[in-house]
Design a protein around this ligand. Structure first.
Ligand code: UDP
Length: 151
């Protein structure tokens, strides 16, 4: 089953939106595999956003992601990477589809509430960066066949 990495970023935590994000992912049918609430070190922030190093928004992005705690999670499900990106909405909230989290709760690209991996390959790398293998929980959900089942 495909897995993806999700963060509720500092603005989402400060605004009391952890539950809202989790509720939307759960209701969509995705299954929680790992979660932890943590303060992000500069080292972790720089590794996570290494691809953006050198861009004009990079220093502000590092300040933002280390400014307050985050909720880090792994979610799994059919096409989890694409489905979670769709649930989050476009990076720039003014371009996010109606009904997406960034559309419904955000205005600024620099305060866009969440992070979600943008490819299966990046999801694997981000999960390995943020979680140790023992923190990933394999479990049977009683609704699995009602959500993941095929005819
Ligand atoms: N970002 C920003 N200004 C920009 C572009 C991006 O502050 O002009 C921030 C924003 O928080 C975004 C993050 O950098 O979520 C990472 O950018 P990316 O393009 O990877 O978007 P995402 O994958 O988070 O949608």
């Amino acid at each position: 089953m495909e897995r993806t990495f999700v963060l509720v970023k500092p603005d989402g935590v400060q605004r009391g939106l952890i539950g809202e994000v989790i509720a939307r992912l759960e209701k969509r049918g995705l299954k929680l595999t790992a979660a932890k609430f943590l303060a992000v070190s500069n080292d972790l922030a720089e590794k996570h956003y290494a691809v953006h190093k050198g861009k004009d928004f990079y220093p502000g992005l590092i300040r933002y992601i280390t400014s307050a705690p985050v909720m880090a999670m792994v979610w799994e499900g059919t096409n989890a990477v694409a489905v979670v990106r769709q649930t989050m909405g476009a990076t720039r909230p003014w371009e996010a589809a109606p009904g997406s989290i960034r559309h419904d709760f955000a205005l600024e690209v620099g305060r866009n509430l969440t992070h979600a991996s943008d490819s299966v390959e990046n999801a694997q790398a981000e999960i390995a960066l943020w979680f140790s293998p023992t923190e990933l929980v394999e479990w049977q959900r009683c609704s699995d066949d009602w959500i993941f089942g095929k005819n």
